[in-house]
Design a protein around this ligand. Sequence first.
Ligand code: ADP
Ligand code: ZN
Length: 731
Amino acid sequence: MYRYSVIVDLSANALDRGFDYVSETPFEVGTRVSVPFGKMTVEGFIIKDKSSEPLSEKDKTINFKSITAALDPYPVILPEFLEIAEFLRTQNVRLIDSLRLFIPSKLRGGKVKALNRNYIELAIAYDEAVKLVKSTAKAQLDIIERLKDGGEYESILTKEFSQSGINTLCNKGILTKSEKELRRTPKAMNIERKDVVFTAEQANAIEVITKGGGGTYLLHGVTGSGKTEVYMRLIDDALASGKTAIMLVPEIYLTPQMLGVFRSRFGESVSVLHSGLSDGERYDEWARLIKGEAQIALGARSALFAPLTNLGVIIIDEEHDGSYISESNPRYFTIECAELRQKESNARLVLGSATPSVDTYLKAKKGEYTLIEMNRRANNKTLPRLETVDMRLEMRDGNLGLFSKPLLTAIDAALEANEQVMVFLNRRGYTSKVQCRKCGYVAVCTDCDVSLTYHKSEGALKCHYCGNKFFMLKTCPKCGASDFKDGKTGTEKVVTELQRVFPNAKIARMDNDSVTKKDAYLNILQAFANHESDILVGTQMLAKGHDFKSVTLVGILDADQALYFPDYRSYERTFQLITQVAGRAGREEKAGRVIMQTLNPDHFVFRFAEKYDYHGFYEKEINSREVTKFPPFSRIYRILVTSEEQESAVIAARGIYTVLRDYKTENPSAFLSLAAAQSEISRIENKYRYQIIIVAPVPAAPEVAEFIYSSAKTDRKGVFVSTDINPQQLY
Ligand code: ADP
Ligand code: ZN
């Protein structure tokens, strides 16, 4: 008799542990099984083999139930994933929530099955088959000819030949019919493989990493330095030694071009995982990996959990990108989990960016990561000239518009030369706030304490926090006046204004409003790449690694937008955004130019950005983080308490705070600081928000973290508590 610990696939804190089951036949750990549970039969995962553990006295009295059946022909959870799940548990993630992360969601509950289709092949050698058919049976001979070099799905064959011909050949034993999984292939562009001669910097990077062996590398390469070629070469190298590879990119970078480049280089070895896939496609791609039919997983953050064994290399491109941090259940840091996978298989973990996060760069400086720098563009072109325009001077000269004179002149020249332009503004909508000029009334969301943004094309006022939509006001609900003041300009108004100045230009927009469907951004990017539009206006979506050949001008409006957020990362984010957006210009023959509009031209962030001086920026930023004791020199825990009942939220938050304050009194060195307050945005989705901010020293003491998580709970009804580490937003 074998005995296993099984976790059932049900969401309840009390069930988030293993239950013992027995079996006559052995199973592998990680197998998905069905088991009796109370009166139900439920799905679960084998998380431990306890067969050789002695039974305790109590266990001896228990009549363990038997596992009903295995649900897949192979274990779906790799052993190393159980380790990652154990690690995430120390960060307050339930085991079952981690396990769900590791498999395609629709595998659970048997919602997606492999799509089996009849597959027809020659049962005997081609020459013999031909001899067995009368020379007058032309139709049958054609079928044999068609299958000479390999089989085909019956559904496709019947489009070309008659069903009866196929049946006859099957009955004669000349063809065989079997079931084969039909693969649903995600779409990609056909791109011809292009081989490059590596630059000295690329060659050096490749050599350091291939010779360096297992470990973590930071590839800091300016925009256009040719990091992708380095990645692909490293993947080649892994495959050549019989290993597998994972390549992560921000979601929006998974364009058909990118997929096309990988397909042309690696063919069927690539499996693609991104949110635009249907459940069927996702399952198929995952199945190809777990069966060893594909050796490369290419995808956004969750592709880190691709079921690949024997990993040779894991690449995280644009490692600074916020999308690598999961801030909803299950919460995790992709790089942290990648380091676990790296250690497990002694793989090479390569973090790449033109603007590494200061945390990552510090680790490289301290020698925890091997630092490799690429300072030049691969095609030997210089980085685009970045010019700062002082908008205060423009205003003094009477220009109260959105665009400075130098920017308008430059756009005009670019359009004249049939070149493309990108205009960046990190604010959605038409205007950010609608206010009555007479009484000062501001339109706010009914469910959140924030002002609404006007979206002109939809005639709507939208809440950017909960998604609520309201009709645009005709008159002020308070005083009845109908004269409204505009707030700050958003991307929608930029398009309108640009169109007014350049009536013949074709202008497209890319932001969360124009990209409502999952893969709509692919279409917008595709159209822009084909030069179907001249100007692309957009939010930070523009800042990702797009490689457009004929963009020669990038305009950055309101560069100050994120500079003064109450967030320790605002300078870093602003620097990254500007550098990345600027990097989209002048990537091919023609030189690029960037024009950045700001009200703070002397701010150090812009001074360094202007010169593409990452190192200068880094030194200044890391010093101030050290002095002010912000991450990476500390770890911030944010405990967020929310409830529809304000009173309940206050009482629960106060309760948690009191426990932590007493802990701090007893352990004065546990926290650097502890504070509780109403959140910056005091209500979202009709839930009142209170937060407790703990700044803890690093390295984090495990018992301190454990204490924080165990106190961040409440029994009060209707109150929710969540805990984040170094949250992206502190509001
Ligand atoms: P990054 O990711 O560093 O911003 P990319 O990998 O997108 O840069 O490369 C930028 C451009 O340079 C691409 O069009 C790429 O094809 C080209 N490129 C890369 N390596 C070379 C090389 N060795 N010689 C010529 N062109 C190259
Ligand atoms: Zn709202």
